[in-house]
Design a protein around this ligand. Structure first.
Ligand SMILES: Nc1ncnc2c1ncn2[C@@H]1O[C@H](COP(=O)(O)OP(=O)(O)OP(=O)(O)O)[C@@H](O)[C@H]1O
Length: 225
């Protein structure tokens, strides 16, 4: 059983995924050490998002395995994978994906509330993170009432709320201009480093990959040497 807040090694070995006749992953290997920030780059269609989805337990590989420390996670039941994702992982996607009906504050508190943490603790942590991300004054607005960059900063706060072992980011700044993108990347990588979360970040931009400790290049579903 994984423990919330503890930091773990995430390892994908010999991963293969097909969509019909399309080979999306073809024997990909990747290891993310605790606290490491890794960018995944490669041509369009090389399998970057597919690799992220497999590592995050969203998609089951046809072959190979994914381990979080000693625990194999790719072959867990759907409900156990969902619960592991909630506990151990955080997500920042290209277009936020905040819940539109909830305020930024409620969005950030949501992972903690879903994990059954006390309301007061969720409030404290949410306020702390929204403050770090300089969107505290917007806490009571809904995502549709703030800019794309502000919403993305709240999405970073939400991803960090429960101190996950790994944060997955798929083109986290793809919808932002370069200044807003830098603010989001500074916040994401700065806070992840401070709190010891690993980050796996898919990007096609070298300036985004520059925030990572290491870049993994994919080509035709495999990690290039
Ligand atoms: N749900 C799906 N159904 C069918 N084919 C898919 C699906 N998802 C991905 N593919 C195919 O698998 C291959 C890898 O896709 P993937 O999205 O992982 O690439 P990517 O490197 O992230 O691309 P991009 O940089 O364009 O986002 C592509 O050929 C894509 O068309």
């Amino acid at each position: 059983m994984t423990t919330q807040g503890s930091k773990m090694t995430l390892q994908g070995s010999d991963l293969a995924v097909r969509f019909g006749r399309t080979v999306a992953l073809d024997g990909a290997d990747v290891t993310i050490s605790p606290g490491e920030i890794v960018a995944i780059m490669g041509p369009s269609g090389s399998g970057k998002s597919t690799l992220l989805h497999v590592l995050a337990g969203i998609l089951r590989p046809a072959h190979g395995e994914v381990r979080l420390d000693a625990q194999r996670i790719d072959n867990l039941s759907d409900s156990r994978r969902s619960s592991l994702r909630l506990r151990s992982f955080g997500f920042v996607l290209q277009f936020g994906d905040l819940v539109p009906e909830l305020s930024l504050r409620e969005n950030v508190e949501l992972p903690l509330r879903l994990l059954g943490r006390p309301r007061a603790e969720a409030r404290r942590r949410g306020a702390e993170l929204l403050g770090h991300l300089a969107v505290a004054e917007l806490a009571d607005r809904r995502p549709g009432q703030v800019s794309g960059g502000e919403a993305q900063r709240a999405a970073v706060a939400r991803a960090l709320a429960h101190k996950p072992s790994v944060i997955f980011a798929d083109e986290p700044t793809g919808a932002l201009d370069s200044v807003a993108g830098e603010v989001v990347l500074d916040a994401l990588t700065g806070l992840a480093r401070k709190e010891g979360s690993s980050v796996v970040m898919v990007t096609h931009e070298a300036r985004v990959a520059a925030y990572a400790d290491r870049t993994v290049f994919l080509r035709d579903g495999r990690v290039a040497a």
